[in-house]
Design a protein around this ligand. Structure first.
Ligand SMILES: [Zn+2]
Ligand SMILES: [Zn+2]
Length: 290
């Protein structure tokens, strides 16, 4: 078995375990025990569709990103991994990458064409484990293909890439959990479901707060932190809320120009008159009707 195959199996098993654990804790200590089932199912459909599309565009995204990184003389800073440099490089890289995510997240909220993409993430009214992966396929493809800032800045050793990927799974996977963790005064130490829920809140006082991916430190430093009260778990979604079907999730940034797709829910075509269909088929195929 090749190394790539082993890594893929470990990643898939890890994801499956995380999924099962998260489903268990979401049932045991929910923030909202009565999440509408239809909302959760819509979240799954929209997220699955967009993950599939960004995966299909993966080779094109990678080729475009590689061309830009090469043209820019990519890997300007070489991260050392010999001796104690290993820890310094890993911590330094995670800090820079986290600040980059904080800064770009703020841009996604203030530049209208970027908000048109990112608002898809915020359209989720039922936050659960799966919402962490709910990003519009074009958001991931365009950012990956045309703005490979981190690969241009750093030549990243694979082990640091794996460590940072594992660490980032925490905020991406766990910050959207429908779980009532009580972190008390530690709520601003690491991103968590309560801190990030404020970012998704429908309440006006929470607008443009808590952008951090991993470290709320950036929100504290740049004045965008909202420290939630012990019992502060606001409702989430866009204002006004929007129903998101599979088709609207695909064309999300352009949905205003396609009003016929508002609230579109695909259904299988239904054939009401089977006997009529059979007669038409018999006539077309030249068979004798019985
Ligand atoms: Zn956001
Ligand atoms: Zn989020």
């Amino acid at each position: 078995m090749s190394d790539d195959m082993r890594i893929a199996i470990v990643v898939i098993c890890g994801m499956a375990v995380m999924f099962l654990v998260s489903r268990h804790v979401e049932r045991r200590w929910p923030i909202d025990p009565n999440l509408p089932r239809s909302e959760v199912i819509d979240d799954w459909k929209a997220t699955g569709t967009n993950l599939l599309l960004s995966w299909l565009a993966g080779p094109l995204t990678a080729a475009c990103s590689a061309a830009i990184v090469t043209a820019a003389g990519g890997g300007l800073i070489h991260l050392r991994t010999d001796g104690w440099w290993y820890g310094v490089s890993a911590v330094g890289f995670i800090l820079v990458a986290d600040f980059y995510r904080y800064a770009t997240h703020r841009l996604y909220h203030v530049i209208p064409c970027l908000w048109a993409l990112h608002s898809f993430h915020h359209s989720a009214e039922a936050l659960t484990f799966v919402t962490g992966a709910r990003h519009h396929w074009l958001e991931k493809v365009l950012e990956g293909a045309f703005f490979p800032i981190i690969p241009i800045l750093f030549s990243i050793p694979p082990e640091i890439l794996i460590i940072s990927g594992a660490i980032y799974f925490l905020p991406d996977g766990c910050a959207h959990l429908n779980v009532r963790f009580r972190l008390g005064r530690f709520v601003t130490w690491l991103n968590n479901p309560q801190f990030h829920r404020i970012h998704h809140s429908t309440q006006p006082e929470h607008l443009n707060k808590n952008f951090a991916s991993l470290l709320p430190l950036w929100d504290i430093l740049f004045g965008t932190a909202w420290v939630p009260r012990a019992d502060e778990y606001p409702p989430t979604g866009l204002v006004p809320g929007e129903k998101v079907g599979i088709m609207t999730s695909i064309v999300w940034p352009f949905r205003r120009y396609l009003p016929q797709l508002q609230g579109y829910v695909p259904v299988w075509p239904r054939v009401e008159n089977w006997e009529g269909m059979r007669k038409i088929y018999m006539r077309l195929s030249g068979s004798h009707d019985s």
